[in-house]
Ligand binder design. Structure first.
Ligand code: AMP
Ligand code: ZN
Length: 469
């Protein structure tokens, strides 16, 4: 498998630190509002990366944090007259709901910054002891970028460039910094803000330290993949490298992966620009599988422009796949024969070539756009070769293969059956109510409707059971 590594700016062969295992850390959202579909891009992209590793037989340890202490959270808390904690807890729950609705698997661990302060204090202490950090008069602790020779290696910036860039950005209160590129590890509290005790001052952590600490705690000093949106390359990931490698004296992450922006009218979708749609809003208009399919229709490193037309075309593409799987499911119900005919064996080998094409695309830096094309070819093959005369074995092979390839993309092809189940349950509940109300005509009518859907009811002592006819 090849992965484009931001560090080397080339595609490199993926070699895990431990054979058969992937240790992966993805920077998660700051939780002060509903997530927008720009935030959803890394979630969907890296969930797909994870799923593909699992498909290849790797065990993936996937850690993704929630930043739950931050200026924006505090501001929102003040606006609402509640604790910062109330805000972050609320939006973590909402974010988890959105993730589930987009079929993003929960991470192995979802650490939260405020739960990991002890680890942060430890790492900051180590950095001070080793001369990589210093304490200013007001108790602020800064990382000394001059002490890390490789500072700039991820963003490919050189130190002189950085210094001159930062010099223009004078921040009041940071006059004690030895160098303009030094960054905050710990800062004093301000009135009304959440704070923790520390040897330097009552205060709170800077943003970057949390990821170095949580990554080390849950995955170890060295990890395989560290990922996030491309806006995190500098300064966030550059600073994480400086902190982790200075504290641990080891290479931090071997592969750095960054997704391109989700744009709208060719501008980055972001809260600050106000040009965003939340996942919730999109979920009211579309099945979120469509959003997922749309996100994966482009290479993850390319910019992707959000538009109603592209969403429509994703909806149609997805529909084509789901219809083909529905058809195979119907055929499966009537077909017989456990062995493939000679003709079907030939067709199966054509299908296997398409699976190989799909895998080759995914092996090449997760080219989901080409992988989706291979799925479409498989759908075409299925529509033209599977029919009433096909063996059950062939139909099953096609159905499970398309299902499996879609599952790697996080697309559920069993969806209709699930929806159907929900509808059946609802009708059964309505029929029960009708019987309780002694409205037997309505109860019979519902029973007949279910029969028309191919559902047979059985009244048992434990309640109503149902099966497909
Ligand atoms: P934030 O909550 O701003 O820290 O962002 C959480 C994650 O979403 C980070 O990995 C960001 O890089 C990513 N992100 C934010 N906006 C966009 C966007 N418009 N397109 C792609 N990724 C984004
Ligand atoms: Zn991070």
């Amino acid at each position: 498998m090849k992965i484009f590594n931001t560090l080397s700016r080339t595609k490199e062969e993926f070699v895990p630190l431990t054979p058969g295992e992937v240790k992966m850390y993805v920077c998660g959202p700051t939780v002060y509002n509903f997530i927008h579909i720009g935030n959803a891009r890394p979630m969907i992209v890296f969930d797909t990366v994870r799923r593909y590793f699992e498909y290849k037989g790797y065990h993936v340890n996937y850690v993704s944090n929630f930043t739950d202490v931050d200026d924006k959270i505090i501001k929102k808390a003040i606006e609402e007259g509640v604790d910062a904690d109330t805000i972050s807890r609320r939006y973590i729950e909402e974010c988890k709901k959105d993730m589930a609705a987009m079929n993003v698997k929960p991470a192995t661990v979802h650490p939260q910054a405020t739960q990991e302060i002890c680890g942060m204090l430890d790492m900051i202490r180590t950095l001070i002891d080793k001369g990589h950090a210093y304490v200013a008069k007001d108790g602020t602790v800064y990382f000394r970028t001059a002490s890390f020779r490789e500072y700039g290696k991820l963003s490919h910036k050189n130190m002189d460039e950085l210094q001159s860039g930062f010099r223009e950005l004078k921040v009041t209160g940071e006059e004690d910094k030895e160098s303009p590129s030094d960054f905050v590890l710990w800062k004093p509290k301000k009135e009304g803000e959440p704070f923790w005790e520390s040897p330097w001052c009552e205060g709170r952590p800077g943003w970057h330290i949390e990821c170095s600490v949580m990554s080390k705690k849950y995955l170890g000093e060295q990890i395989d993949i560290h990922a996030g949106g491309e806006d995190l390359i500098f300064p966030h990931h550059e600073n994480e490298i400086a902190q982790s490698e200075s504290a641990n004296d080891k290479t931090f992450a071997r592969y750095w992966m960054h997704n391109g922006f989700l744009n709208i009218d060719n501008k980055k979708m972001s809260k600050s620009l106000g040009n965003f749609f939340t996942v919730r809003e999109i979920g009211e208009k579309y099945d979120l599988q469509v959003l997922r399919f749309f996100m994966l229709s482009a290479h993850y490193r390319s910019p992707l422009n959000f538009s109603a037309e592209l969403m429509e075309s994703s909806k149609n593409g997805l529909e084509r796949i789901l219809t083909a799987v529905d058809r195979l499911r119907d055929l499966e119900n009537t077909a017989s024969g456990d062995t493939l005919t000679e003709k079907e064996l030939e067709q199966q080998s054509a299908a296997r070539e398409l699976v190989a094409k799909y895998e080759a695309a995914m092996d090449d830096d997760f080219n989901t756009a080409d992988a989706i094309s291979a799925v479409f070819e498989l759908v075409k093959l299925s529509n033209s070769t599977a029919g009433a005369e096909s063996s059950r074995a062939y139909v099953e092979y096609l159905k499970s293969t398309i299902g499996q390839l879609c599952d790697v993309l996080g697309i559920i092809t069993e969806r209709r059956e699930e929806n159907l189940d929900a509808e059946v349950e609802k009708l059964i509940a309505e029929r029960q109510q009708a019987r309780r109300d002694k409205n037997f005509a309505l109860a019979d009518e519902i029973r007949q409707r279910l029969l028309d859907m191919g559902i047979v009811l059985e009244d048992t002592r434990e309640g109503v059971k149902w099966k497909r006819a």
